[in-house]
Design a binder for this molecule. Structure first.
Ligand SMILES: *[C@@H]1O[C@H](CO)[C@@H](O)[C@H](O)[C@H]1NC(C)=O
Ligand SMILES: *[C@@H]1O[C@H](CO)[C@@H](O)[C@H](O)[C@H]1NC(C)=O
Ligand SMILES: *[C@@H]1O[C@H](CO)[C@@H](O)[C@H](O)[C@H]1NC(C)=O
Ligand SMILES: *[C@@H]1O[C@H](CO)[C@@H](O)[C@H](O)[C@H]1NC(C)=O
Ligand SMILES: *[C@@H]1O[C@H](CO)[C@@H](O)[C@H](O)[C@H]1NC(C)=O
Ligand SMILES: *[C@@H]1O[C@H](CO)[C@@H](O)[C@H](O)[C@H]1NC(C)=O
Ligand SMILES: *[C@@H]1O[C@H](CO)[C@@H](O)[C@H](O)[C@H]1NC(C)=O
Ligand SMILES: *[C@@H]1O[C@H](CO)[C@@H](O)[C@H](O)[C@H]1NC(C)=O
Length: 555
């Protein structure tokens, strides 16, 4: 069921060869403005190297536009008995059975939630920068915004199946909408709210870090991958940060996202086992959990259909994903109200399990996929290029300050959900490593919607202090005796990750920071732990879900 994952992994074609391919729905749905690479290919030969040319459209991946939304027509809100809340822009005022506490199910959609700041934090309070200290540096890695399903996504197969059975079945009760329903989703590229998410984030980052932009007229390099949604996400972000004239302030570098290309923003492309069955055994655990939480829903919805539509268990699961995708693409989805609040919690947990198993601490390649990026962050922190082939780093690009500047105080990169989860694992953030059983939902730190919703972002700051900052931040004595000291501060979706909680040497600090030199030391060790060559290319048995607990193969 892990088609929901961002990356178009080769394995998806292995799991579902019959659904792999493009343009399935072109004959069923009138698609306007059909996009293809040739439309954005420039006609004149560009003066700049390919990696600085954002108009080429090479390695853009599949790009398929969907039907145009018509919420003015299709919005069924307001619902009886609920006061009217205008759509902003999504219509999320959907009555969910069993939602006694009026929780927002759109924040329970794991990696398919539209962006929201983590509402509960990661275990520490937020503290202001003490007077006399300064934020001097930022490294951001940002997920692209809300998108259509992947080209190989199983909810697309479900869409096709339903459209193919039109007129042969009748749906009733909560499923009655299906009689008039149309599949209207495109594939892979950003939907409107996805563009807004990135623009908003660029704006937010300008408020937070605008001061760090060099005021001497020089431009910064920002990096993304060649995939269409990745390029556009970076562009919308930069427009939010600088305005529409952002090309005067930043140069966008596109690193090729393609099989066997080295790319730290798509680290699974050069890690054999992330694309093989070795890593994918864990995927079965999602099905185990689905059987637990979704069987009721399956039987219930099956009973609402008469005639010739063979409604399966998997269809039921994929229908939950359709709620998420239709909401961001069309503004509103009838599928959402079909499931109870408990079933939405189950859906969320299924993706928590899936990502833990595939790219997190329960995956033998969890750390390996993200380790190249960690090495890049460490190199930037220490102002040097990378000269030795390491992990999935492209040395051609990283051994050159033109393409890998080492003195920028603002570093903006763009990536995918799975890759960023692996980056968190590679940094050794074991607070997210808890095993998630497939029999029941447990309390956990690994709530995917808090880690990588659409447009999720990890901000890493360096803070320079005139003296050591007291780790007890309620103590009136802010600075201790000692020399000027720098700190590393991790912020994921606008909340601090307490580094000391996972990396013992960082110490128990109220503010979750880690002293700079200590951080560098600790991270050097993490590179060894990731065991890139063996994890990605070695020969080992992956075992069953739960055998791997530390994001690398057990040796
Ligand atoms: C349902 O999907 C899972 C993959 O998530 C697959 O293993 C299983 O075979 C599918 N079942 C059916 C009946 O298609
Ligand atoms: C301008 O800013 C860039 C980036 O911070 C820096 O590398 C460069 O040395 C600066 N040049 C001058 C003349 O200050
Ligand atoms: C971006 O560059 C333009 C042209 O050099 C300049 O006027 C503008 O101030 C820059 N933006 C920022 C945020 O520095
Ligand atoms: C490294 O990047 C360069 C520039 O985009 C590209 O030509 C080359 O194929 C890349 N190499 C690998 C192994 O990814
Ligand atoms: C890195 O760049 C330097 C200077 O251009 C060059 O001498 C060296 O051979 C390069 N190293 C690699 C591994 O490409
Ligand atoms: C790509 O990564 C592999 C594995 O680390 C390495 O052997 C190769 O030299 C890298 N290629 C480039 C161009 O960096
Ligand atoms: C980058 O900054 C470091 C010190 O922060 C300095 O030693 C180095 O020369 C600078 N490199 C470039 C290319 O500006
Ligand atoms: C932190 O400082 C406050 C105020 O001095 C004190 O009451 C508290 O016990 C200290 N906490 C710890 C864990 O030392």
């Amino acid at each position: 069921m892990l088609w929901i994952i961002d990356l178009t992994l080769e394995i998806l074609s292995f799991i579902s060869p019959q659904i792999y391919g493009q343009g399935f729905f072109q004959d069923q749905v009138p698609l306007k403005g059909q996009e293809c690479c040739s439309q954005i290919t420039s006609t004149t030969k560009s003066e700049v190297p390919d990696y600085f040319d954002t108009t080429l459209g090479q390695f853009a991946g599949p790009t398929q536009t969907g039907g145009a939304p018509f919420l003015a027509q299709t919005n069924v809100a307001p619902f009886p008995g609920i006061s009217y809340i205008p759509n902003t822009p999504l219509e999320t005022q959907v009555p969910i059975p069993g939602n006694v506490h009026n929780h927002n199910i759109f924040q329970r959609l794991a990696n398919l939630s539209p962006y929201f700041p983590n509402p509960r934090g990661f275990g520490v309070q937020e503290y202001p920068i003490p007077c006399g200290s300064i934020v001097t540096w930022l490294n951001m890695v940002h997920r692209h915004g809300s998108r259509y399903p992947e080209i190989s996504g199983r909810e697309r197969t479900l869409g096709k199946k339903i459209m193919g059975a039109k007129g042969k079945f009748t749906a009733s009760g909560a499923l009655e909408f299906l009689n008039n329903w149309k599949f209207m989703l495109g594939a892979e590229i950003l939907v409107p709210i996805g563009k807004q998410e990135l623009f908003n984030s660029g704006t937010l980052h300008y408020y937070n870090y605008g001061h760090l932009f060099p005021n001497n007229g020089s431009k910064i390099i920002a990096r993304t991958t060649t995939q269409r949604r990745m390029v556009e996400s970076a562009e919308y972000f930069l427009a939010g940060f600088f305005g529409l004239g952002w090309t005067r302030n930043a140069t966008l570098e596109l690193v090729i996202e393609g099989d066997n290309f080295n790319n730290t923003m798509a680290g699974y492309k050069l890690c054999h086992h992330s694309n093989s069955q070795t890593a994918y055994k864990g995927i079965l655990s999602v099905d185990d959990w689905a059987q637990v939480y979704l069987t009721d829903a399956y039987l219930r919805t099956k009973g609402m259909i008469s005639g010739d539509l063979d409604w399966t268990f998997n269809d039921t699961y994929n229908a939950q994903a359709l709620c998420a995708y239709e909401t961001v693409a069309l503004g509103f989805s009838h599928w959402c109200g079909l499931f109870t609040f408990e079933e939405w919690e189950g859906f969320e947990y299924s993706l928590d399990i899936g990502f833990s198993a595939l790219v997190g601490f329960q995956s033998p390649v969890g750390r390996a996929i993200g380790i190249g990026y960690v090495e890049e962050v460490l190199a930037r922190m220490q102002h040097h290029v990378i000269t030795n082939a390491a992990a999935q780093i492209n040395i051609t690009l990283d051994n050159n300050t033109v393409t890998f500047p080492t003195n920028q105080s603002l570093n903006f990169d763009f990536s995918h959900d799975a890759n960023i989860i692996s980056i968190l694992a590679a940094f050794g953030l074991t607070q997210f490593s808890k095993f998630l059983p497939t029999t029941h939902i447990v309390e956990r730190e690994f709530v995917l919607g808090y880690l990588e919703p659409f447009a999720g972002r990890l901000d890493i700051e360096i803070i320079q202090a005139p003296a050591p900052v007291n780790s007890n931040r309620s103590d009136p004595k802010i600075y201790l005796e000692g020399p000027p000291t720098s700190y590393v501060h991790f912020i994921l979706n606008q909340r601090t990750i307490p580094l000391g909680r996972s990396l013992e040497k960082c110490g128990k600090r109220d503010d979750g920071w880690c002293e700079f030199e200590t951080f560098l030391q600790v991270q050097k060790k993490q590179i060894e732990i990731a065991d890139f060559d063996f994890a990605c290319f070695g020969e080992y048995e992956s075992g069953k879900y739960g055998d791997v607990t530390d994001g690398r193969p057990a040796r």
